[in-house]
Design a protein around this ligand. Structure first.
Ligand SMILES: Nc1nc2c(c(=O)[nH]1)N=C([C@H](O)[C@H](O)COP(=O)(O)OP(=O)(O)OP(=O)(O)O)CN2
Length: 334
């Protein structure tokens, strides 16, 4: 099992770009992921980004584009930590750049509103009724072969077909599961752009991702727990968020999904009941209480019942989390 720490650093800075002549400002958000201790990653990320806090970025870069800043952060952290570091830089809530080993991507967060029902669910399933969602979409395209405006244009072309639509009436979406929606988008956007991944958030807690390796779905759950804090016996507490990722290259042909989100939630329930409104040191086979240990423990609890499980993420806050990967070949994050 591989454990990856996840941490964030936010900074405010001004810049002038060759493409946008006027000086303007951003609230930048950087997320880094690496296989090192949480505190080490957090400190290294702060060391790289802190000098830019409330500064003019043109004093550090001749043309401080998102791509150049993100690449600089990834390269510097990689040198310092001696391993690949994944970096995501957001210059606005909906636009970001992601760097991984030898690759860099433009990202776009978007949305559409639509109605649907799932025709092949068992009798009485809530998703068999006509209902609707405010769908969120996240898209990644290769930044070396395309630019952010091409991604936005390609998205707006397909969005026109989805927004305010009855999805079941669209060709290819007769059974509009999240998985089929990502496949539909992957095919259409992939014809126009070098896509890396397409994600659809059907609800705020569940969604699907399509990339070259197949389909990944996730279900998100929250629990409240006390956590031993120091050797003096003090406790702290967190509102934890945990995300379970399941992966497969093929969908169930009839259902059109990998596994029902509701089933994933039901399998998690007995584990959730050991965590929610408890202290983590009540769990007999958990001896360290950091996010990585908790994620690894959850993988151990779920692995047998969910053979498609590939990763579990645990966040104690928006800024600090960890991922435990069952198998490295499935990356749940660009
Ligand atoms: N693998 C999939 N499972 C389910 C899909 C799907 O597209 N792929 N879709 C649905 C439903 O359409 C539903 O709207 C979403 O399901 P669920 O997460 O169970 O929704 P809830 O709002 O009940 O979830 P909370 O746990 O209360 O947040 C079902 N499954």
């Amino acid at each position: 099992m591989t454990i990856e720490s996840i941490c964030c650093f936010n900074f405010e800075a001004a810049r002038t770009l060759s493409s946008v002549a006027s000086t303007h400002g951003h609230s930048f958000k950087v997320t880094a992921r690496a296989r090192v201790e949480q505190d080490v990653l957090e400190q290294s990320l702060a060391d790289v980004c802190q000098p830019w806090q409330m500064q003019d970025l043109n004093a550090f870069f001749s043309n401080p584009t998102d791509v150049l800043i993100a690449q600089h952060i990834a390269d510097t952290l990689q040198q310092q930590l001696g391993q690949v570091v994944k970096v995501e830089l957001r210059s606005s809530p909906d636009v970001w750049v992601a760097c991984t080993e030898n690759a860099i991507f433009h990202g776009l967060t978007a949305s559409f509103s639509a109605a649907h029902y799932l025709p092949n669910v068992p009798e009485g399933h809530q998703c068999g009724r006509l209902h609707g969602h405010g769908f969120k979409v996240k898209l990644w395209a290769d930044a070396r072969l395309s630019d952010a405006s091409a991604l936005e244009k390609a998205w707006l072309d397909v969005r026109a077909q989805l927004h305010h639509a009855y999805l079941n009436h669209i060709e290819g979406l007769e059974n509009p599961t999240s998985e089929h929606l990502t496949e539909w988008l992957w095919q259409r956007l992939g014809a126009a752009l070098p896509m890396r991944a397409v994600e659809v958030f059907e609800t705020s807690t569940a969604g699907s991702r399509r990339d070259a390796s197949g389909f990944t779905i996730w279900k998100e759950l929250r629990f409240e727990a006390a956590c031993p804090f120091d050797d003096a016996g003090r406790y702290t507490g967190h509102s934890y968020l945990t995300r379970l990722y399941l992966h497969g290259s093929q969908l169930d042909v009839h259902a059109g999904w990998l596994r029902d989100f509701a089933e994933v939630k039901a399998i998690f329930k007995p584990i959730y009941q050991q965590l929610d409104h408890y202290a983590l040191d009540c769990i007999s086979d958990l001896s360290t209480y950091d996010n990585g240990s908790l994620a690894a423990w959850l993988v151990g609890q779920l692995n047998d019942t969910l053979p498609e499980l590939r990763a579990v993420e645990v966040f104690e806050s928006e800024q600090r989390g960890a991922a435990a990967y069952v198998q490295r070949s499935c990356d749940v994050h660009c």
